[in-house]
Design a binder for this molecule. Structure first.
Ligand code: THU
Length: 125
């Protein structure tokens, strides 16, 4: 799949973010080994620590559907934000070294490509 198509899926998911406290909307699209798309978005809570990041919503949803092999992940946020520390750990453990496409959702042609071995050197586990 063209990375830009996966980024467009992440953009759709970004539109579903529940981010009324931070107003920072993040969307994720996971491409599974059998070419399914699993969406994620950040979901915030009035009990702030209950908030869950977009990346982990997608990864946990896939695992709960018995999907455990992936080809790529796309993440969209207003500032092309890189995954937070806990999301990097979960990407390391459950996605491995798949391409991580990151976009600000505006200029989709200028997306970034990263790999978890670079974002999380010397990982735990
Ligand atoms: N957020 C994500 O969805 N992914 C990250 O990797 C970092 C942060 C969300 C959590 C919270 O809803 C908002 O962005 C601001 O931190």
């Amino acid at each position: 799949m063209d990375p830009k198509e996966l980024i467009k899926e992440a953009l759709v998911a970004q539109g579903r973010a529940k981010a009324k406290y931070s107003n920072f909307h993040v969307g994720t699209a996971l491409l599974t080994e059998d070419n399914q798309i699993i969406h994620g978005c950040n979901i915030e809570s009035a009990a702030y620590p209950s908030t869950m990041c977009s990346e982990r919503v997608a990864i946990y949803a896939a695992i709960a559907q018995n999907i455990s092999t992936f080809k790529a992940i796309a993440i969209v946020s207003e500032e092309s934000a890189k995954p937070c520390g806990p999301c990097r750990q979960i990407i390391h453990e459950y996605l491995g070294n798949v391409p991580i496409y990151i976009s600000d959702g505006k200029n989709i042609d200028n997306f970034e490509t990263h790999f978890i071995k670079d974002l999380l050197p010397y990982p735990f586990g």
